[in-house]
Design a binder for this molecule. Structure first.
Ligand code: ZN
Length: 550
């Protein structure tokens, strides 16, 4: 039969949100959605599995207006269709799905595919496994994790094929029988297993079912190089670092990036188990942003610090999303798998991007997110350690409280051009002149430039705050409002603005530098950024200091 060429790569494009193009795909399966998952409107929804000749995708919902195509048996399994209009979206758990809004049926192929050999004919992709499969079927998949034997006895194995991943559980006799046989990284054909719904508390793989080995189960080792190449090590469902915020707290995702920094292993006492533990902070970067990852215990100890030095590409499979103070981070987990330079498209892409100078493009995002472990100082230490006097600026973090803001100056007239904040002078003509832009303007802006006294338990310092940082310190009162009060000579209002936000403890990132002016060298301290105090992180830091000092 003459067959239409499928649009290879279309599924990946759609999953990345590029839904503008039409694509020719083959329908592999059609199912009526479970009534409980459809909405209260009681409209029947069909779910399609499709292939583009390269990938398969099983989360395609058909727009209900198109249901008649199925009822009239025009759209059926093995139909070749042209997707004319699709929409891409994510479920509440962050899983991709497509909604088919319009399609054209191009061709009906025969029900049996001719290019499969007899032994391949009843192999089904892992993602198609449900308790409603008929007849005998098997999977051909790679074992990628194997548990130890737990009491009862019970053990489990996680399997992957090109379509997805699934857990297989063995109890008692089957545990004794299969635990010694099945090895990680080997490929097996497995048949005669039961299918059961998963309990998501114990199984965080992306499959709604798991397999249970039974006395009639057959597990056959496949030792074939060509098959080996067709089955991945791990099934990644990579979430770009920018999109982590689309996932809920404690959910499990896969990410990939360049290891940019890593701390040493940091000892602390685990509050729940009261045991000595270690953790390690790692920063991962991609094209868009960076994220901090905390690794725990064995995974923290075993982490190779050269990965950060060599800026290595690393993928984390089943890492946990953590949200604290509205900030996203990732946290290791005992079932997490870390792969160095995994053989996937995204890894090659990152390598090319980084080597082509991606590191410099991203530096802004990195400095915003990362604070080095050793950069925390008390106010006393800033003076004692002579920071900023080595001919280069020192950057430190200080946890302190703003006691008061000096009422001299506070605001100045600034250049109205975006990105130029130079002070402008009013000319006799009434225009404002910017020395940097060499231009005269009818109007000027107001910007903050103020000094504030910060205090912690060890001392006080005066710190300069400019523009955004100053506005933040002032409790987000715009500089224009303050300038107006100043011009009106409204002392009471000015003081209320200055006092509004004082006596709040914050983390301040400070730049300390020597500046020489008229032969006098002075230490200048200015605020680069500020954030709320993360008390959990602060507690861990204190424990670390205590253990180091005593
Ligand atoms: Zn200017």
């Amino acid at each position: 039969m003459a067959s239409t060429t499928l649009t290879k790569g279309a599924i990946t494009l759609y999953q990345n949100g590029n839904t503008q193009q039409s694509a020719i795909v083959k329908v592999l399966d059609i199912r009526l959605c479970d009534a409980s998952t459809t909405t209260a409107t009681n409209v029947e929804r069909y779910r399609l599995s499709i292939t583009d000749g390269q990938d398969t995708f099983n989360a395609c919902l058909l727009k209900p207006e198109l249901n008649k195509l199925i009822k009239e048996k025009r759209l059926r399994v093995n139909s070749i269709v042209k997707l004319e209009n699709v929409a891409h979206d994510l479920t509440s758990t962050g899983k991709s799905f497509l909604v088919i809004l319009d399609l054209t049926i191009l061709e009906q192929t025969s029900m049996t595919t001719t290019n499969n050999t007899a032994s391949n004919s009843n192999i089904i992709p892992i993602e198609m496994i449900t308790p409603y499969l008929n007849g005998t079927w098997k999977i051909r998949a790679r074992c990628f994790t194997k548990s130890a034997i737990r009491p009862h006895p019970v053990c489990d194995f996680d399997f992957v094929d090109a379509s997805g991943e699934i857990r297989m559980v063995a109890f008692r006799d089957e545990c004794d029988r299969f635990h010694p046989i099945i090895e990680v990284d080997k490929i097996y054909e497995i048949s005669g297993v039961r299918v059961k719904a998963v309990d998501k508390r114990w199984n965080n793989l992306r499959h709604n079912y798991e397999l249970i080995l039974s006395p009639i189960s057959v597990v056959r080792l496949i030792n074939d190089e060509t098959i080996n190449g067709s089955i991945p090590d791990i099934h990644y469902d990579i979430v770009s670092l920018r999109d982590i915020s689309k996932h809920s707290n404690e959910s499990f995702i896969d990410v990939i990036g360049i290891v940019d920094t890593c701390s040493g292993s940091i000892p602390f006492i685990n509050r729940t188990s009261n045991k000595d533990s270690v953790r390690r902070e790692v920063t991962l970067v991609d094209e868009d942003t960076s994220i901090s990852i905390t690794l725990w215990d064995e995974q923290a100890k075993d982490f190779n610090e050269e990965l950060a030095e060599n800026k290595t590409v690393v993928a984390f499979h089943r890492i946990r999303v953590a949200i604290f103070n509205n900030k996203y981070s990732l946290s290791g987990h005992k079932n997490m798998i870390m792969k160095i330079n995994p053989n996937i498209r995204q890894a090659k892409h990152l390598r090319i991007w980084y080597d082509a100078g991606g590191s410099t493009i991203n530096s802004q995002a990195i400095t915003n997110c990362v604070t080095k472990e050793d950069s925390w100082k008390t106010i006393q230490q800033i003076e004692k350690e002579q920071l900023g006097r080595q001919g280069r600026p020192d950057y430190v973090m200080v946890k302190a409280t703003c006691m008061h803001i000096a009422d001299d100056r506070v605001v100045y007239t600034s250049c109205p051009k975006t990105d130029c904040f130079r002070k402008v002078n009013k000319l006799s003509s009434g225009l404002y002149h910017c020395d940097k832009c060499r231009e005269d303007f009818n109007e000027c802006n107001w910007s903050y430039m103020l000094r504030a006294e910060l205090v912690d338990s060890t001392g006080t310092i005066w710190v300069s705050f400019f523009r955004q940082q100053a506005e933040e310190l002032m409790g987000n009162i715009p500089a224009t409002n303050f300038a107006q009060a100043k011009e009106n000579g409204d002392e009471v209002l000015m003081q209320s603005y200055l006092n509004k936000n004082t006596f709040r403890e914050k983390n301040f990132r400070l730049r300390i530098n020597e500046e020489t002016f008229n032969d006098v060298t002075l230490i200048k301290i200015s605020c680069v950024s500020m954030s709320d105090v993360d008390f959990s992180e602060y507690g861990h830091r204190l424990i670390h200091i205590l253990r180091k000092e005593f």
